[in-house]
Design a protein around this ligand. Structure first.
Ligand code: MG
Length: 157
């Protein structure tokens, strides 16, 4: 078994759709980023690459590469999953925490799990998505942006 951790954080920006976990969520602000800014899928991608010993999202998909400008981050997550598969691993389980005052994650948790399972071609029962806050502390408490922590367990196939 192999464990990987991923962390990502992006600033909010007005006049941008809120892309999170491969879904468009309702909200007045989206996440700024070179790609679609999907911090949730970026954290998952990094966790998968870390567990597989395959480097980082920055090495695999550099934000200086024009190919990834406004890219759908599902591309990164599914590629990381494929790389892990090529190295002989499949997903045991994936646990994700979104740290933000808004959006609230609970109303979207089931849809996020289903979408992430689809992107990673695994069962939704292996995936957990939860929200929490910093109780008003720091840049997340001021709602300047959101952060995501992802932990994945890979099992040898
Ligand atoms: Mg990112």
């Amino acid at each position: 078994m192999r464990v990987g951790i991923g962390f990502d954080s992006h600033p909010f920006e007005y006049n941008r759709r809120l892309r999170l976990g491969g879904l468009d969520l309702p909200g007045p602000r989206g996440l700024r980023g070179h790609s679609d800014g999907d911090a949730l899928l970026h954290a998952i991608t990094d966790a998968l690459l870390g567990a597989a010993g395959a480097g980082s999202i920055g090495e695999q998909f550099p934000d200086t590469d024009p190919r990834w400008n406004a890219a759908d981050s599902a591309i990164f997550a599914s590629a990381a999953c494929r790389i892990a598969g090529e190295r002989g691993f499949s997903i045991g389980n994936l646990d994700v925490i979104v740290i933000a005052e808004s959006p609230r994650i609970a109303p979207h948790a089931a849809a996020l799990k289903a979408r992430i399972a689809e992107i990673l071609q695994t069962e939704a029962g292996r995936i957990s998505v939860r929200g929490t806050s910093t109780n008003g502390l720091g840049y997340l408490g001021r709602q300047d942006g959101l952060a995501v922590v992802a932990v994945v367990l890979l099992e040898e196939k």
